[in-house]
Design a protein around this ligand. Structure first.
Ligand code: CMC
Length: 480
């Protein structure tokens, strides 16, 4: 493909020329984004030429235009609406950054208070929703609970499902951001077998989350300001990260005009994996498995030789080819928390030694693998007393703000349904052998079989089966 510049009276217009296998060429528009990054617009390539691009994992493909988050992976830059993450994490609250991501500007003091109040009065969940939790096994992973419960929200809140109505969109977004900490905390209380703590309107969203997680009705609960601030920073760092796997999933689901709560549930599912939001949990397991600083070389040998598909969890990123700026703030926050809470964590010694060895190792250097946000977040969350199974849940609580902002941006535009092409590598047309699989005849009405369950006292209504006789035996010991 050759880049080409053509000037007309209006200014400089760029086009790229693609030479096709048959020798013909096609001109493709070239777009440039706000950061000066060039994109070849292949939107009409398939309809114009019948040819598709191939980009599994979408490393070279922009799926949308967005004004929310900017990452420069080479320089380690992350901006929310143009503001550096370092400044937002140090100077702003959860509600202020959430407002920024939703509405594009940092709030004034009045707007911030209004927004905080709007969120506060949406933190409770429908009482019937709480009954959902009783259906899960006590040892269910809180992420499993979260996926199910958030999907179910779509059936609870009327006047939120019409994505073409700005008021309904606003309602859905506010409810999602405000209720997520409550939903997450109830998941934890359910797993602990403790009574649910209802949100309190005199607390901020972050304080409320700590209260709902750790308070019990039988005694007074004091919120530790160090813990609350550390948690706030962690949440701000995780709020948005442009078109990552879970955000793309939310946008993908949203492109079919699905219910907004269902779209967020799809994002939670995508976040769960250890390659994405599950990495913070995986980092701690890895550090525990390494056990001592002396065992690091042996562990890294396995990683570098890909024995058992091992990876150094908390290292590497699709976009960052240098330090993840969030990782630096996370490391600083981790140090502060351990110092202020006067905690000593042997896993921190292993993490620090592991980081130094990996950063000086040719395998990691040559692949530009640096610590990402999750390398130190697990140790910090542990120091805050957050149980490991809740790490990814916390990530989801934070990322909900970004998912909602991205969903809203997409819903405001005329978006085409997400429908990638594929490179088909399977069998081409072949015939089902007639001798083994003869053509099925349509059954006639009186050949239908009545199916009766053999359970005592049960005699279900007759059902028609396609000409087959089925006998069902009732087994009182059968697993359900
Ligand atoms: N440990 C060891 N090798 C790695 C790692 C790692 N953590 N990450 C990448 N590599 C190697 C990989 O094996 C491959 O090597 P080779 O060229 O010899 O085959 C090369 O680096 C390129 O890897 P890739 O899989 O093509 O890279 P990717 O951009 O598709 O993957 C990643 C990005 C984040 C999934 C990956 O780096 C990874 O699995 N990291 C560990 C999991 C982790 O920490 N995830 C959290 C990401 S940050 C939180 C978030 O935003 O979700």
């Amino acid at each position: 493909m050759e880049g080409k510049k053509e000037e007309d009276e209006k200014g400089v217009e760029k086009e790229a020329e693609l030479r096709l296998p048959d020798g013909t060429t096609v001109k493709l528009p070239v777009l440039v984004d706000a950061a000066g990054q060039t994109f070849v617009d292949v939107r009409h390539l398939q309809t114009a030429t019948g040819i598709c691009t191939f980009d599994p994992g979408f490393s070279s493909t922009a799926s949308c235009q967005s004004k929310i988050t900017y990452i420069d992976g080479q320089k380690g830059v992350l901006l929310y609406r143009g503001y550096p993450i370092e400044q937002l994490a140090k100077q702003c609250s959860f509600a202020e950054v959430a407002y920024l991501l939703q509405y594009g500007e940092l709030p004034t003091v009045e707007r911030s208070m209004e927004f905080q109040e709007k969120l506060t009065y949406e933190t409770m969940v429908h009482e019937h929703l709480i009954r959902f939790y009783q259906g899960f096994k006590p040892d269910a992973h809180p992420m499993a609970i979260l996926v199910g419960v958030v999907g179910a929200l779509s059936s609870f809140y009327e006047n939120t499902g019409n994505i073409h109505d700005p008021l309904q969109r606003e309602r859905a977004c506010t409810k999602m951001i405000a209720k997520m900490p409550t939903i997450a905390a109830i998941a934890y209380k359910t797993a602990k077998g403790q009574p649910i703590m209802y949100p309190r309107n005199d607390l901020s969203l972050v304080e409320n989350f700590l209260y709902m997680m750790f308070a019990v009705p039988s005694e007074e609960f004091l919120i530790d300001p160090v813990k609350a601030r550390a948690l706030e920073i962690i949440l701000i760092l995780h709020m948005d990260h442009e078109q990552n796997a879970s955000t793309s999933t939310v946008r993908g689901a949203g492109s079919s005009q699905a219910n907004p709560f269902a779209c967020i549930a799809s994002g939670i599912a995508a976040l769960w994996g250890p390659a994405h939001g599950g990495a913070n949990e995986a980092v701690l397991s890895m550090l525990e498995e390494i056990e001592t600083v002396d065992a690091i070389p042996e562990f890294l040998f396995k990683v570098k030789n890909k024995i058992g598909s091992r990876r150094l969890m908390g290292f590497g990123h699709r976009v960052y080819k240098t330090w993840d700026p969030r990782a630096e703030i996370m490391k600083e926050t981790c140090d502060q928390v351990l110092r202020k809470l006067d905690r000593n964590d042997p896993l921190l010694d292993i993490a620090q030694a592991l980081e130094q060895i990996a950063l000086n190792d040719e395998y990691f250097k040559s692949r530009n693998l640096y610590p990402n946000v999750d390398f130190y977040s697990g140790i910090t969350l542990r120091a805050l007393g957050i149980p490991r199974s809740m790490f990814t849940v916390l990530f989801a609580v934070a990322r909900t703000v970004g998912w909602v902002a991205q969903w809203r941006e997409m819903a405001c535009e005329r978006t085409r349904i997400c429908r990638p092409r594929q490179m088909y590598m399977g069998e081409m047309r072949r015939k089902v052998p007639q001798d083994i699989f003869p053509e099925q005849q349509w059954p006639v009405e009186d050949e239908s079989t009545v199916l009766r369950a053999k359970s005592p006292g049960l005699n279900p209504a007759p059902s028609r089966l396609l000409g087959r006789t089925v006998s069902v035996k009732w087994n009182p010991n059968q697993h359900v």
